[in-house]
Design a protein around this ligand. Structure first.
Ligand code: NCD
Length: 361
């Protein structure tokens, strides 16, 4: 991919591009991401590079000497965590990733304590952060804000990388990276991530993690996707159109029980009722057939895995937690390693990590 420059396009021109044509504007000359905004930026080669880097980092981090090496890698950079939407795991795993690499951090989690409360525009706020920090990791309820911020800062005199940690109902690229890393690790001694069936269950209409992961999975050979949801919460046409264009086998269905024995991975999600147009809309939808408990475990293949981006509500019963196929806790920790890898790569440290790994492990 030949890198293009965001300074060469107006916001209107950039915004109007199809998402895959935006990708060249977000990379550095060596093909690594500068801004991370969309799942569509990651092709197989980059995913492979990133997952290997995460595994090297996790190996290096096992020793005190290794941790000391990692700690000084990016200690000359500072990162802002701007989370104007609730978050536990994404926030803490990015914070931990920064800490592992020695990146100093600052945070705004409640805009009522920042100058936005005094009427400062979001644009001025992020410009302010860019004066003090070398990267902004941002989660916002607004679709497209991370993208706009990336364009704006790339057109300012302090162009610093933006990492999208969840934008509206649209994209959650780093969650998809950790989900891919979890799938790659789950099948690495058993034929790899190819020729598999992934079953997505729950609120597929408004869950951004599924949208991003569905896209990333198209980079792996022969991964069939099944979308199980009540009609009101079924996956968007844009996601299905993408699968059709790429010739990926898929189907939408309401019959969860029938899909379980077909699955190599079940990806459960919660109802996203914070997006209800009228309070209580979601509560009127019958989701009782979309729960995973001990009865569903009995239908699951011995080598399959159960995933969830978390937080969960009732959709996976806690009785499932003890089963070795329950992958959601490991999935969460994988998030810390893949985000560490992404930050290290963004700051150009991957070669030093490979070198250390080669010499010491
Ligand atoms: C997800 C999100 O915020 O989209 N959570 C997360 O990042 N782990 C899923 C959710 O909130 O349901």
């Amino acid at each position: 991919m030949t890198a293009k420059r965001l300074v060469d396009v107006s916001w209107e021109q950039f915004e109007a591009l199809p998402v895959d044509q935006k990708a060249p504007y977000l990379v550095q000359t060596d093909g690594t991401p500068f801004h991370t905004l969309f799942a569509q930026q990651f092709d197989f080669a980059l995913l492979d590079r990133l997952t290997h880097l995460a595994t090297e980092i996790r190996g290096i981090a096992k020793t005190r000497a290794g941790m000391a090496f990692l700690h000084e890698l990016v200690c000359h950079k500072r990162s802002m965590l701007y989370f104007s939407q609730p978050s536990s795991r994404t926030f803490l795993s990015f914070l931990s990733a920064c800490q592992i690499l020695g990146v100093q951090t600052g945070e705004v989690r409640d805009t009522s304590t920042s100058s936005e409360f005094k009427g400062e525009s979001r644009e001025d706020s992020v410009r302010t952060f860019s004066s003090y920090f070398d990267m902004i990791i941002m989660r916002t309820p607004e679709k497209g804000l991370a993208e706009y911020t990336a364009w704006m800062l790339s057109n300012s005199d302090r162009p610093i990388p933006i990492i999208n940690a969840g934008s509206g109902q649209d994209q959650h690229p780093t969650q998809a990276l950790l989900d891919i890393y979890t799938l790659v690790r789950s099948f690495e001694n058993n034929g790899g991530l190819r020729d598999r069936t992934v079953v997505f269950v729950g609120d597929l209409a408004r869950g951004r993690t599924v949208r991003s992961l569905s896209h990333l999975l198209t980079n792996y050979p022969n991964i069939r996707q099944i979308f199980i949801a009540p009609p009101q919460l079924q996956i968007g046409d844009d996601v299905l159109a993408n699968l059709r264009n790429k010739g990926v086998a898929h189907r939408c269905d309401e019959n969860f029980q029938a899909a379980i024995p077909e699955a190599d991975a079940i990806y459960m999600t919660r109802v996203q009722d914070e997006w209800d147009k009228e309070k209580g809309d979601s509560a009127r939808i019958d989701t009782s057939r979309f729960m995973f408990g001990e009865d569903q475990l009995k239908l699951l293949r011995p080598q399959a895995v159960v995933m969830h981006p978390l937080p969960r509500r009732g959709e996976i019963s806690s009785a499932v937690d003890r089963d070795p196929r329950a992958m959601y806790w490991r999935q969460m920790r994988n998030g810390m390693w893949i985000r560490t890898a992404l930050i290290a790569m963004t700051f150009g440290c991957d070669k030093r990590i490979h070198e250390y790994h080669r010499q010491n492990l």
